[in-house]
Design a protein around this ligand. Structure first.
Ligand SMILES: Nc1ncnc2c1ncn2[C@@H]1O[C@H](COP(=O)(O)OP(=O)(O)OP(=O)(O)O)[C@@H](O)[C@H]1O
Length: 286
């Protein structure tokens, strides 16, 4: 499917995906998927279960190698990198199933996320010279700042496994932010959150965007996506189903059918005006 031209209110392309395809044995999980994420936007990725959203995330973050296609991020071809090189390029992600170091404190989890941006190597850690100690102090202060930024500074010294579900999700975001990303990819950040936690999450994601970090969001909570995203890509069976502004995607009959089933798009259409002006002729009684 070709990608429709869009009127964009945001900046230059940050990530350009072209023709991405990924197969698992006989299953075509992604087929010829193309889209752009622009600087400064919140970009939503939606689709029914099994549509290929996580596979797309995994291809973008080099966990999977696609059979074809390219994913250019700030001039770097991501599909040629190893997973550990992705964050160095400025793309950080969270996972659908929370992946924290359960036995470490919230603060330590974020400090680990920062190791990419610190200079003291193994030698520095062993001898613990002045420069290393100063760097550690800076890392700790920055980690605390990030915990406060996501709203969980008060649990900095608690072990990750003891945090509430919502706080663990926010800790994951803090840890991803610690790598200093240009693009933050969030895989279902609102999953399992109650409505008030979701409201707080929305404010956080908007703050992150307002502070200059582009956000890619996979989310099942349609209200959250449609209210918050600047543009949306909908997938179904690994293919682009719809791509555009939230209201365009939301009212796209193909999206309505994918979510509500065949025939739903017609059911949701208002009756044609002509039907009231010109009522159908009654068949003659036998
Ligand atoms: N590692 C894998 N091996 C085999 N099949 C896979 C693998 N990962 C995903 N799939 C299959 O690929 C398809 C797309 O899955 P994917 O997890 O990307 O969908 P999704 O849109 O993220 O779904 P959900 O919303 O349920 O998380 C599914 O049919 C899934 O079973």
């Amino acid at each position: 499917m070709s990608v429709p031209a869009l009127t964009l209110k945001t900046g230059e392309p940050l990530l350009i995906a072209k023709g991405l395809s990924k197969r698992f044995g006989g299953l075509q999980a992604l087929k010829d998927v193309s889209f752009e994420i622009r600087k400064g936007e919140i970009f939503g990725l939606i689709g029914p279960n099994g549509a290929g959203k996580t596979t797309l995330f995994n291809v973008m973050t080099a966990l999977y190698i696609p059979e074809s296609g390219s994913c250019n991020f700030q001039g770097v071809e991501l599909t040629r990198l190893k997973p550990h090189q992705i964050a160095e390029q400025g793309l950080a992600r969270t996972f659908q199933n929370i992946r924290l170091f359960a036995a470490l404190t919230a603060l330590e989890n974020v400090m680990i996320g920062q190791h990419l941006r610190t200079k003291a190597g193994l030698w520095g850690a062993v001898v613990r010279n002045k420069a290393t100690r100063e760097e550690e102090a800076r890392t700790e202060a920055r980690a605390l700042e990030l915990l406060e930024y996501v709203g969980i500074g008060h649990v900095a010294n608690e072990v990750a496994s003891s945090l509430s579900y919502g706080d663990q999700r926010r800790l994951e975001i803090a840890r991803a932010l610690a790598t200093g990303p240009a693009l933050l990819a969030l895989d279902e950040p609102a999953a399992g959150m109650n409505p008030s936690e979701t409201v707080v999450l929305r404010a956080l994601i908007e703050k992150i965007r307002d502070d200059g970090i582009t956000v890619l969001l996979i989310e099942h909570d349609m209200k959250l996506v449609m209210n918050m995203c600047d543009r949306v890509l909908a997938l179904e069976y690994g293919q682009v189903l719809s791509y555009g502004l939230p209201h365009e995607v939301q009212s796209d009959p193909r999206v309505i059918e994918a979510y509500l089933g065949k025939g739903a798009a017609q059911d949701l259409q208002p009756p044609p005006a002509a039907a009231t002006d010109n009522p159908p002729e009654e068949s003659a009684a036998p």
